[in-house]
Design a binder for this molecule. Structure first.
Ligand SMILES: C[S@@+](CC[C@H](N)C(=O)[O-])C[C@H]1O[C@@H](n2cnc3c(N)ncnc32)[C@H](O)[C@@H]1O
Length: 253
């Protein structure tokens, strides 16, 4: 029976788990689309069947579109029964290539399994020192969609992923929208943080900012930046123009 293992080394190669290494050791071939041989450091010593970015034969490149990467991965099932795909972060959380591979596996009747790994989700919460959920929990948003800007609820811890989208030259208007909504929802000196947990060596990088300065910081956000917004006390926030303009739900009787 064919099996695709969707695995990850976490945010940096030394975070790979024993479970992942032992499962990948049983695969016929393991593709890594996130690292080249040099960036993988000692990882290749522990996982002998790994094919890295730009290695001859598979030739993934850094900017290869997801459908092409998925097509090349699935083509390996013509010759192999067990294929591993090693990515970055948790393959089950905001991972477009894993979602596409799962879709293709289901269509072709290939079994698949996602192995747990360190994610930017838990690493970012740790980096900013969130130790509990507070009274209202944590809200996870993505800057990829304009809908999420309307979902801000200031009495929750909020993590906004994919803020690199707002740093793109074509992201100017949506960057303004996020910055304006946050400025309208929080006091101008509210302590925000753009968090980049260590992923290419070095240490965590945290840029402390405020709603007043956010637009400028977002324009320079790196591809691995997540915005953390700490909660306001319940009742200390007002409806903003964006949320006030949302259509009302059906009336309760
Ligand atoms: C497409 S998602 C991939 C998430 C990944 N599957 C995970 O579990 O971390 C990419 C987003 O995750 C966040 N991210 C990735 N690496 C990060 C890091 N080292 N530190 C903080 N956030 C990170 C950023 O918001 C980035 O835009």
């Amino acid at each position: 029976m064919k099996l695709l293992l969707l695995a990850s080394y976490g945010l940096r190669p030394e975070q790979i788990t024993l479970e992942t290494l032992s499962q990948l050791a049983k695969a016929d071939v393991v593709l890594c689309a996130a690292l080249d041989r040099h960036g993988a450091g000692r990882l290749s010593r522990y996982c002998g069947n790994l094919v890295f970015l730009d290695d001859p034969g598979v030739a993934f490149t850094r900017d290869m579109p997801i459908p092409e990467m998925a097509r090349r991965t699935m083509a390996l099932f013509d010759r192999h029964a067990r294929v591993g795909f090693l990515t970055y972060g948790h393959p089950g959380f905001l991972c477009g290539i894993a979602d596409e591979l799962i879709r293709l596996c289901e269509r072709r009747g290939v079994r698949w399994r996602v192995l747990d790994a360190v994610s930017s989700l838990n690493a970012a919460l740790n980096a900013v020192g969130v130790r509990g959920l507070g009274s209202r929990g944590v809200l996870l948003l993505s800057a990829c969609t304009t809908n999420d800007v309307r979902a801000i609820l200031p009495d929750r811890h909020i993590l906004v992923f994919d803020v690199f989208q707002l740093a793109r030259p074509e992201g100017g208007s949506i960057r303004k929208l996020w910055a304006a909504e946050i400025a309208a929802s929080y006091p101008s000196d509210h302590a925000l943080a753009l968090v980049e947990c260590a992923w290419r060596g070095g240490a965590d990088r945290i840029i402390r900012t405020t709603p007043a300065k956010l637009e400028r910081n977002l324009a320079a956000a790196g591809e691995a930046s997540t915005l953390y917004i700490p909660p306001l006390p319940a009742g200390a926030w007002k409806r903003t123009p964006l949320r006030a303009s949302l259509p009302r739900g059906p009336r309760r009787r």
